[in-house]
Design a protein around this ligand. Sequence first.
Ligand code: 5AD
Ligand code: SF4
Length: 439
Amino acid sequence: MATGKTFYIETFGCQMNAHDSEKVIGTLEQQGYAQVQDEAEADLLVYNTCSIRDKAEQKVFHRLNDYKKFYKSGKRFAVIGCVAQQEGERIFEKAPYVSLVAGSASYRKLPEMIARLEAGESRITGLDDRQTDETFETEFTSRQNPYRGYITIIEGCDKFCAYCVVPYTRGKERSRGSDSVLEEAKRIADLGYTEIQLLGQNVNSYKDSSGKLSFAELLAAVGQVPGIRRVRFTTSHPRDFTKDIVEAIDAYDTLCDHVHLPVQSGSSRVLRAMAREYTRDWYLERIAWMKSARRKISITTDIIVGFPGETPAEFEETVELLNEVQYDGVFGFKYSPRPNTPALVMIDSISEAEKSLRLQVLLDRQREIQRVNYDKHLGETLEVMVEGMNPTRGQVTGRSSQNKPVNFTTASPIAPAPGSYARVKVTKTFPNSLAGEAV
Ligand code: 5AD
Ligand code: SF4
């Protein structure tokens, strides 16, 4: 490998992956590597991959195929993340110029793997999967987001929903100790961050490894770290969603008034087939807790349409659920069969065209709901955290505590800095954003 030691990293997928990359970047920098933004300049190219939906593994191989020429010029490739864990050593067969394959449960061994790579070894693997009890804690995190500090509090997943690849790619569920989480929160606050996002595949399944705090108590504690103004958490699982989470949001204004609570389907029959471990009524009870809170809590969700065997009437139950909950946002997905998952043996009975149709119906309905929901903000004054500028429209962009995008103009000729706060009067609403003026 050339001297000077540079790396390029590209990240696909969820916030967990984005934050893993921050930790991988920090670890590589600790090993003497400098990050570059151009593949052509890098000695080491790292792809942090996602395999949650679609034919992700094929996309990765397709992508890697373009890079044979780079290998010849001495560059080395590492494939990490969910596709790496899922495909394992098959990656070396299909893409022989890849030198390192590692899943997220092995990242704490990265320094050792990098040393072997530098020693000229090829076919280095870190494929710990469900065996490991360790979490990837490191103080070398290189935070790439200038205004939001991510903290992983729980890794992996033990839920085994029938459609989901995560339990196989990210290993078994393991939580950090609350002391270490709080220390990291304080470190982030000292760096000047005012917003923290707690991360976990099922963030609210958190079980303090030191046995001190419940998830709701941890939320409250992070919300009281001096300097922290906003605490977000994602993603919550309905099965482990307890009332004290709502009570904590009510008690501490620093906890953002937004909960992302994926429902996946509005039909109890489909939920059972998905092995979600709750019914429609059970889910709606959690929604009722949030709706009766003192603060108005914004609720968003994930939905899968076209799960094997979903009838038109069952799909209709999902649309009905949207009407009932009146979500502020819905991420809708067409079911896609994933390797290793229990649903793989179920016949993927619904045609692609029908899945697309259902998704369209769902998203059209949701757009109307959001139009009404967002319109309710007209005339309100909201606290907005600045994220950037949209120069073509001459607007500052940011987010409300409820995580709604707010675009606004200011009287001042100097654009406010990312991470600063503004009070914005809402003068116009859209189904996905708000617009206004700084006051
Ligand atoms: N097919 C379609 N959507 C899926 N999701 C997870 N697995 C699949 C799959 N096999 C969706 C779920 C989850 C979100 C992150 O991705 O809605 O909440
Ligand atoms: Fe996947 Fe279900 Fe675990 Fe979420 S809870 S990561 S959907 S298995």
